[in-house]
Design a protein around this ligand. Structure first.
Ligand code: NI
Length: 172
C-alpha cells in the first residue's frame, strides 16, 4: 500500500467523467488500498479515484474521523437509486480544493447501490454526514467539485483564495 499524490483544482483531470470498473481484480484492490491509505494520510473522510488521477468509478469513505475506530467503506460503480426531497446544508471541504470550506445544500437522505471491494452488490441507506459525503464523492465521479454547487460569486472567491494559497506555497 502506498500514499498517492492528490490532484489539486484546477487540474483538468478533476473534470473528467470516470469510467465504470469492469472487474474487481488485484489492480483495483491495490488502487482501493492506496486510496484508503491516501485518505487517512490526508486526514480526509472521503476520496474518489480521480483525485489520485485514476478515472474509474471508485470511492472510499470513512466518516468516523477517529483513528481507533477506522471503518473504511469502499464503493465501486455506485449509483444513487433514491434521494430525499428534504435537503440539508452542511459545510464541506475537499482534499482537491484545500483550505476552502463552504456550505452546500444536498439531499438529506439517499439510497445507493454499489459493488464492495469483493465485487459483491450492496445496498445502502444513508442520511446525515454519510449521505452528504457519498453525494460529494459521487460528484467527483462525474467531474463535479463541491465549489461547482456554490453561487458564481462564492465560487470565484473560493478559487481566487485557492490560487493565492498555491502561490504562497510555491513562494515559501
Ligand atoms: Ni472532494
Amino acid at each position: 500500500m502506498s500514499v498517492r499524490p492528490i490532484l489539486i483544482a484546477p487540474d483538468p483531470r478533476l473534470k473528467l467523467v470516470s469510467e465504470p470498473v469492469t472487474g474487481v481484480d488485484d489492480h483495483i484492490r491495490t488502487l482501493v488500498a492506496d486510496m484508503i491509505e491516501t485518505m487517512y494520510d490526508a486526514e480526509g473522510i472521503g476520496l474518489a479515484a480521480i483525485q489520485v488521477g485514476v478515472a474509474r468509478r471508485i470511492l472510499v469513505l470513512d466518516v468516523e474521523q477517529k483513528e481507533e475506530r477506522r471503518n473504511p467503506r469502499v464503493f465501486i460503480n455506485p449509483i444513487i437509486t433514491w434521494s430525499s426531497e428534504a435537503t440539508a446544508v452542511m459545510e464541506e471541504g475537499c482534499l482537491s480544493v484545500p483550505e476552502i470550506w463552504d456550505e452546500v445544500e444536498r439531499s438529506q437522505a439517499i439510497k445507493a447501490e454499489y459493488l464492495d471491494a469483493d465485487g459483491n452488490l450492496q445496498h445502502l441507506e444513508a442520511e446525515g454526514i454519510l449521505a452528504v459525503c457519498l453525494q460529494h464523492e459521487m460528484d467527483h465521479l462525474n467531474g463535479v467539485l463541491f465549489v461547482d454547487h456554490l453561487s458564481k460569486l462564492k465560487r470565484s472567491m473560493a478559487l481566487k483564495k485557492l490560487a493565492k494559497a498555491k502561490k504562497l506555497k510555491k513562494a515559501s
